[in-house]
Design a protein. Structure first.
Lengths: 353, 566
């Protein structure tokens, strides 16, 4: 039974919604934690061998590697392995199964040791996360700014040559194959003396800070440009159509009749109301930011998270995969949570659901 | 407006990068591009060739491997072996220092060999210590290595056993815990400071270059070791940079962002040949490798037991040497090389690639490509097209000659080869059912299950031929390395003999005979041996060794001798 909506209960209502959302977010993360573990173990193959056939590799060695990675233990009670499915004893101590060791370590904040790199997953993800945030953060911010401004402009000048030009270029940019665009930019960049790989010129670490930053900016330029072009179109199109809807409302007509300037109408009456779809899109994109942009990372040899996770699939690097997917899941969930909060700020009706 | 913004960013970047800078003499820095970095700096656990490239530059081992496949003593001045070939005594050079200034002695060598031997969890290097009984250093310049039997080519066992500093690694000697047979007992806790978990970022060695900076998956910066006992390299720094796409590697050398690339797609060779100041070099790979067409020919009596995973579902026709012979006659190796490798390969004969120098049996005359002859062999053996569908059938008419053809999904050459072979063999009335299979899944199908007809795969050679020669031995069927299920008493006998034969000439003779058997029995069809293609800039450094049998411009053999073009 819902209490009658009164002025005084408003903050409580808001808290209750927040708590509910937060509960769901936690539940989703828990679900991902469990799913992550079993998902990769259903893949065929033996991570201790990594697809390598080598006469130097003795059965004793393979066994020793299994022990080191904890792969000699049953996956979980009753199951020795999941692919091929091998039923085992159900009476084993649950704390001595791979699943519960994984959960126990996770609770301690330990993401495990990468099978492939033999380094802590936390370290690898940490290095890569920073690189990814740098590249995609810069790309997203530019894409949002340029996309929103162009979208505004196109909607305001709807059905004019400017609008059509913006619409067409937005559609083209959005539908460009990422890989192709990146390669084209790369070729263009080499002819203009821009670095085409990595995030820093090797051997610069002893140089002064400003010079290192300059070097970083140079390396960031091409991949950021590629990213911006691809995403800008999307933001522009959404902004334009959403704003067009709002501009068709009666109250805009009323504002015009009041004699308000175009800038005032946009700023005070139209913009906030047309932001809802954009906020959703930004939230979703920002959430997936952490996943990186595999194609751009590959073309520009950018050592980001997307590439790390992509490679880990082929190498059956379970701990790295688990850690990477958990990171992505958490950031998507977090971004959605923030979007929910922003929604209720932008449109107070949202929290009454 | 967008354009303007971009230019502002570019200019800001250029201005920032221009501040600072300057300085006296420019150091000679070699920049090398490759598509992957090492998987680990810890020699115990690394798999990738890229890791070994770095070890060769930073560490030393007892011997160096020359580009013609011969060895030379490196850390020792001399060696003497006992008459029965089980005790080797090395006189170690004096005055060698570790990169951190600590003195290097024979004790470090003894320590390192013991470390490799103790660690069954070192995937590749542990196997080289098989037959080692002990390694001891009675004094600082003497190392005594004792074996439990004589082994030929001791050099090939020692070249990858890089010498590690005891004063650093003594804190990282933990061995893996041995899981008990009884699974109800808890696994013992592993020893602390596991060797396999040591990241070895500092990488203190005695080699010609020192680790300066390592950024995983980005670059490795090595500085010259000015006190190297073998003489200082002529360059000051070597930088290996990762470019994750091969096309970008090609672009990087064209524009001069790197001075050498260790690999490039064969399809890019033509475009690079016309590029200014770039030279393309071709040779046998440092670790010679081959493609093989694996034919399941396991006889029922050699099929591994069900408990060992044996399935043995191979097509019965492939057990017949005549059918395999016909396939060999119908295989146009030249076309395969031209199409699949754009010409950068050499025709294969048997399991030992031509890049292995004297071990390669150059006297074998290969089955020539001759479709008519192939058809005749099959006609004579009774494989007629009984039902007129264009596909030959078993002599008793029970089964058409339709073979399953698989290759690992990671294989670049697999799909194209399967298609070409399908066309070639169709001309002799044989059809294929081609399918790519994920690598591990294919291993499971392959061996020791022998649950396939034909697989396209390959092998990489070790400096000693024994690692390739062991593959067709009968006792390897059950271990899964004998992928064809071939069995020959004479071959097995030769394998055992060559494993203890100390007379080099005699051993070469045996190795040649083994190749002859593999060829004559058509155990495999070896389509080609791969060739290595690399490229370097001619306007930056000179002296690259690009005309030896093997090509490895990233190896110390080149890096130690190149010098800047004035």
């Amino acid at each position: 039974m819902t209490p009658p909506l009164q002025h005084g209960t408003f903050p409580l209502q808001r808290w209750r919604m927040l708590l509910k959302r937060f509960g769901w977010a936690l539940f989703t993360i828990l679900f991902v934690v469990v799913l992550n573990f079993f998902l990769f173990r259903v893949l065929p193959g033996d991570p201790a061998r990594q697809g390598i056939r080598d006469p130097r590799l003795t059965p004793e060695t393979i066994q020793a590697i299994r022990v080191r990675f904890g792969l000699d233990k049953p996956i979980i009670n009753c199951f020795e392995s999941l692919n091929p499915v091998k039923v085992g004893s159900c009476g084993v101590n649950p704390l001595d199964t791979q699943f519960f060791i994984y959960v126990k370590n996770l609770l301690k904040g330990d993401l495990g040791q990468s099978f492939y790199y033999n380094r802590p997953v936390k370290d690898i993800l940490g290095e890569r996360l920073w690189n990814t945030i740098l590249l995609i953060g810069a790309g997203q911010i530019l894409a949002i700014l340029i996309g929103v401004v162009f979208g505004l402009f196109a909607a305001w000048k709807a059905r004019t040559a400017i609008d059509y030009a913006a619409l067409i270029s937005g559609l083209v940019a959005w539908s460009l194959p990422t890989f192709w665009l990146a390669i084209i930019l790369l070729f263009w960049g080499t002819n203009h003396g821009l670095p085409i790989g990595g995030k820093a010129t090797p051997g610069m670490s002893s140089y002064p800070f400003m010079q290192q930053m300059g070097d970083l900016l140079q390396h960031l330029f091409l991949p950021t440009l590629a990213y911006t072009i691809i995403y800008m179109g999307e933001y522009m199109l959404i902004m334009r159509s959403s704003l067009l809807d709002v501009l068709a409302e009666d109250y805009i007509l009323a504002a015009k009749a009041k004699g308000l300037s175009a800038f005032q109408i946009l700023k005070d009456h139209a913009l906030k109301n047309s932001m809802l779809p954009l906020v959703t899109l930004i939230a979703i994109n920002l959430g997936f930011t952490v996943g990186g942009a595999v194609q751009i990372e590959t073309v520009f040899s950018w050592p980001g998270l997307g590439g790390a996770i992509f490679e880990a699939v082929g190498r059956k690097d379970y701990p790295l995969l688990q850690g990477g997917f958990l990171l992505i899941a958490i950031s998507v969930i977090l971004a959605n949570f923030i979007a929910d909060l922003t929604y209720s700020y932008l449109d107070p009706r949202v929290q009454a659901d | 407006m967008k354009q303007k913004l971009l230019y502002v960013v570019i200019i800001a970047a250029l201005v920032l990068s221009a501040c600072g800078g300057g300085g006296a003499k420019q150091p000679a820095i070699v920049r090398i591009g490759w598509s992957n970095g090492p998987d680990s700096l810890n020699p115990g656990i690394a798999w990738l060739e890229e890791a070994y490239t770095i070890y060769e530059l930073v560490y030393d081992s007892m011997y160096d491997l020359n580009l013609d496949g011969t060895f030379k003593l490196s850390l020792a001045d001399s060696v003497s072996a006992s008459a029965d070939g089980t005790v080797y005594t090395y006189k170690i050079k004096k005055g060698i220092k570790w990169h951190d200034g600590q003195p290097f002695t024979a004790k470090d060598i003894a320590f390192s060999y013991t470390l490799y031997k103790d660690h069954t969890d070192f995937p590749t290097l542990n196997s080289y210590t098989e037959h080692f009984v002990s390694s001891e250093a009675p004094d600082d310049t003497t190392l005594v290595l004792t074996l439990d039997q004589s082994i030929p080519n001791i050099e090939s066992r020692l070249i990858f056993l890089y010498i590690l500093p005891e004063h650093i690694w003594k804190d990282h000697t933990g061995k893996p815990s041995e899981a008990s047979e009884d699974s109800s007992l808890p696994t013992p806790t592993p020893e602390p400071n596991q060797s396999a978990e040591f990241e070895n970022i500092e990488m203190i060695g005695t080699g010609p270059f020192k680790m300066k900076e390592y950024q995983p998956n980005e670059f490795i910066d090595l500085a010259v070791n000015t006190e190297y006992y073998g003489g200082r390299a002529k360059v000051d720094e070597v930088i290996f940079q990762v470019f994750s796409s091969p096309d970008v590697l090609v672009q990087a050398i064209k524009t001069g962002q790197v001075d050498m690339i260790t690999e490039l797609p064969n399809t890019s060779v033509e475009s690079l040949k016309t590029a200014e100041n770039v030279k393309v070099a071709v040779g046998a790979p440092f670790a010679p490798n081959l493609a093989d067409i694996i034919i399941n020919q396991v006889a029922p009596e050699n099929c591994p037991s069900e408990a060992d995973g044996g399935v043995c579902s191979g097509h019965p026709a492939l057990m017949d040497k005549q059918v395999r012979l016909a396939l060999a006659y119908a295989t146009d190796k030249k076309k395969l090389i031209d199409v699949v490798l754009v010409g950068y390969g050499t025709p294969g004969i048997a399991l030992i690639p031509d890049g292995m120098g004297e071990w390669f049996n150059s006297s074998i005359k290969d089955f020539e490509f001759d479709v008519a002859k192939a058809n005749k062999v099959l006609d004579d053996a009774g494989y007629k097209d009984a039902n007129g569908d264009g596909i030959r059938d078993m002599p008793d008419g029970s089964k058409p000659l339709t073979f399953r053809m698989n290759w690992p999904t990671s294989s670049i050459v697999g799909p194209r080869m399967a298609e070409l072979l399908g066309d070639m063999w169709k001309q002799i009335g044989i059809t294929l059912e081609p399918q790519a299979v994920e690598d591990d899944a294919l291993t499971a199908k392959c061996c020791p299950a022998l649950d396939y007809d034909i697989i396209i795969w390959g092998w990489v050679a070790d400096p000693d031929p024994a690692t390739l020669l062991i593959i067709p031995a009968t006792d390897q069927i059950v271990t899964g390395y004998n992928e064809t299920g071939f069995s020959s008493p004479r071959y097995d006998e030769l394998y055992v003999q060559q494993g203890t034969e100390l007379d080099h000439a005699k051993r070469v003779q045996m190795v040649w005979e083994m190749q002859q058997i593999v060829h004559d029995e058509v155990v495999y069809i070896i389509p080609f041996y791969y060739q290595q293609v690399q490229a370097y800039r001619t306007d930056r450094f000179k002296g690259w060794l690009d005309s030896e049998i093997k090509l490895a411009l990233e190896d110390p053999t080149s890096i130690m001798v190149i010098e800047p073009v004035k």
